[in-house]
Design a protein around this ligand. Structure first.
Ligand code: PMP
Ligand code: GLN
Length: 386
């Protein structure tokens, strides 16, 4: 008998534990204020929580339909009609998923074949590149230049080859907070049509845009909507990241392929959460309208505190993240800096280099400001003292 375990060759040999888990654990161990991983330290709306208790307590605890609970898909269709003037069929074009992460994985897996090239932009959210590689695709990393982190569409045009199949965009952008303008949408449309690309548009921060800006969704553009998987997250929008629920909107033919994958990755998304979200979206539509101001106040509070520090920054245009340059404070590389900041100063942040294939070596970290005002004030006092 051979008792040796099977030898497997890693498909992702260069990948460690995600930085969000690493930094939250480090913050926990050090008793530091955790401005690293993006999640609120406040709860979702009480009425939403009550609805979950209601459904879990009243027998809504078995498998949901494959595409998601119909009332929630209808609420999503109404929402994208209201915000993006996009008419979609809740049955054929909306799928509820266990988070945006699963939706991104399914969209990539449904489309990308071995050797296909997929364009993405560094600093890039950490799940895109592994999803492409697991599908046998080739990630093509372009770089967004500091300080404004905008896409150089001419460079995108030059990077496209006959093997390019997909482009993955994220606006509002994690980690930089940059947002799309109508010109970005026009440029994306032009290239996607000319080269017959499928678009994955990660819009999980759709409602977190500031200073009167408007979120430019691909769904607003009929041509782009026809070739896009638009991905969203209830976790961000309703302050319930731990519920891990999101959704994808795509044209029926793209969605058919998406569901072929989704049914064997997750099969379905949990039932009582979907019913609770549907009720809340119907009873409290104003929640979405209030979000930009709610987060803009937090951004401004945190920015005011950073102004009193030696960190350099430009206030984020969107998301609940704020980049900050620490070159006036330390020469440490960013991983060493956040380790020091967490353990010695008591504030955890995310090092920017983790979002790059080839880190530019600048001295920048990401702080998350979706925190109680009191948490932000305590963190600010520590940061201002450096
Ligand atoms: N995309 C981006 C840009 C994110 O920041 C996140 C998570 N915060 C996700 C996708 C994943 O969202 P979810 O938790 O719904 O899977
Ligand atoms: N998206 C969140 C962030 O950027 C965290 C999600 C995660 O931990 N995977 O901080």
């Amino acid at each position: 008998m051979n008792h040796r375990p099977p030898r497997i060759e890693s498909k992702l040999p260069d990948v460690g534990t995600t930085i969000f888990t690493v930094m939250s654990q480090m913050a926990h161990d050090a008793g530091a204020i955790n401005l690293s991983q993006g999640y609120p330290d406040y709860d979702g709306p009480p009425r939403l929580i009550e609805r979950l208790q209601h459904y879990a307590g009243h027998g809504y605890n078995q498998y949901a339909p494959l595409a998601g609970v119909p009332v929630l898909r209808q609420a999503v269709a109404a929402k994208v009609a209201r915000f993006y003037d996009h008419a979609c069929d809740a049955d054929a074009q909306v799928t509820i998923t266990p988070g945006a992460t699963e939706a991104i994985y399914c969209a990539v897996t449904a489309v990308v074949r071995p050797g296909d090239e997929v364009i993405m932009f560094d600093p890039v959210y950490d799940c895109y590149d592994p999803a492409v590689r697991l599908a046998g695709g080739v990630p093509v990393h372009l770089t967004l230049a500091a300080p404004d982190y905008r896409i150089d569409w001419d460079a995108v045009g030059r990077a496209i080859t006959p093997r390019t199949r997909m482009i993955m965009v994220n606006a509002p952008h994690n980690p930089s907070g940059s947002v799309f303008t109508p010109d970005d949408i026009a440029a994306l449309r032009e290239l996607a049509v000319r080269h017959d690309l499928v678009v994955v548009s990660d819009e999980v921060y759709e409602h977190l845009v500031y200073d009167g800006r408007r979120h430019e969704s691909v769904l607003r553009d009929a041509v782009l909507a026809r070739r896009s998987y638009a991905v969203f997250s209830f976790g961000k929008t309703f302050h319930v990241t731990g519920w891990k629920t999101g959704y994808c909107v795509a044209p029926a033919d793209l969605m058919t392929e998406f569901r072929r994958v989704h049914q064997f990755v997750a099969f379905v998304t949990n039932t009582p959460v979907q019913h609770a979200l549907a009720d809340f979206m119907t009873s409290d539509p104003q929640h979405l309208d209030e979000l930009p101001a709610f987060y803009q106040r937090k951004r401004d509070r945190f920015a005011a505190a950073l102004t009193r520090s030696r960190f350099g920054f430009t206030p984020a245009a969107g998301t609940f993240f704020q980049l900050a340059d620490y070159s006036a404070i330390s020469d440490l590389d960013d991983m060493a800096f956040v380790t020091w900041l967490t353990r010695e100063v008591g504030v955890a942040a995310i090092p920017m280099s983790v979002f790059y294939k080839a880190p530019p070596g600048d001295r920048t970290v990401r702080f998350c400001f979706c925190k109680e005002d009191e948490t932000l004030e305590r963190a600010a006092a520590k940061l201002a003292a450096l």
